[in-house]
Design a protein around this ligand. Sequence first.
Ligand code: COA
Length: 336
Amino acid sequence: MYQSYISGVGAYVPPRSLTNFDLEKPLDTSDEWIQQRTGIVKRHWVEGDTSTSDLAVEATKEALESAKLSKDDIDCIIFATLSPDHEFPGTGCFLQAKMDMSGIPAFDIRQQCSGYIYGLSMADAFIKNGMYKNILLVGAEIHSRGMDRTPEGRNVAVLFGDGAGATILSRKEAGADNESHVISYDLHADGAFAKELWTPGPGTGNGKEERLTTSMIDEKLHYPYMNGRQVFMHAVKRMAESLTYTLKTNGKSVEDVDLFLFHQANMRINDKVGEIMGIPPEKVFNTIQHYGNTTAATIPLGMRDAIKAGKLERGMLVGMAAFGSGFTWGSGLMRF
Ligand code: COA
């Protein structure tokens, strides 16, 4: 019997950092509005010709180093992103080429802010069934170049940042409960809410002759749209629901968990989830203040920063939960 465990963690954000004050003039917003409603203080946005796979390369290098593995030890790539380098092929293939890791399979998955938890479940299943030994699971996003960065798009543009997080899931023989391993996960989706947070184009569902037309660009269909209140309400309910289920099915309570790593969409969402579940605030590690919402990257990025801050150590029981476009949501439990 095999189990998977996280053998390495890495992350990367581009150097250019923008505070809320930097956005005040171009987006007609204010530091006060952003901080009060979201907890975000700054975010990183790329410059020049940096692509999503470039961010993933840096996170991957750090993850390999932390796992003390070489690129040749990796036998599968799972790449979670909603902001790919190109329409196709998947960004996993571009990362693979840049890392010189030819030959191994490369998956791209599309579960937006829940991408990391979905990817974790895939990696764990592949390892448990003996298919692969060391899987590179990456979440990376460049939001900045895909949003309406004018006052018209401010309700979305202030929320998102660019960044990447990478983890390596490795195989081990099943052992004691206190050994590092992925314990459990719980996944959901409800497509009835697909258009509450989405980017319509390019795509075949817009009733146009082509997947991308100049009229679509004029109508700004290539930018994300969000019903913020609807997302907020569902995120709180679903994250708490799923995480409660995961803890219960594993016979664990909030007290047993050492650290909670939540998706970073809004500090108020995470505070509410903590409140509902009775989680002491010091057990939740948030990074949204520094990075905004980096979608598929938030959980591995948080993992890397929690390790650096001395808040995440081997042997700790870690609870995770995420919610995002789709709607998709889920939770996970692991012994780090
Ligand atoms: N700066 C200043 N004002 C802004 C603004 C901005 N960036 N964005 C919106 N506003 C204004 C609106 O125009 C509106 O003004 P009005 O009352 O004069 O019409 C007012 O603020 C309230 O807007 P509203 O959208 O109702 O605010 P809200 O209290 O719902 O907060 C969010 C907005 C986005 C912070 C909140 O809904 C949220 O966090 N939702 C979840 C988003 C999320 O997590 N997305 C990712 C999911 S993975």
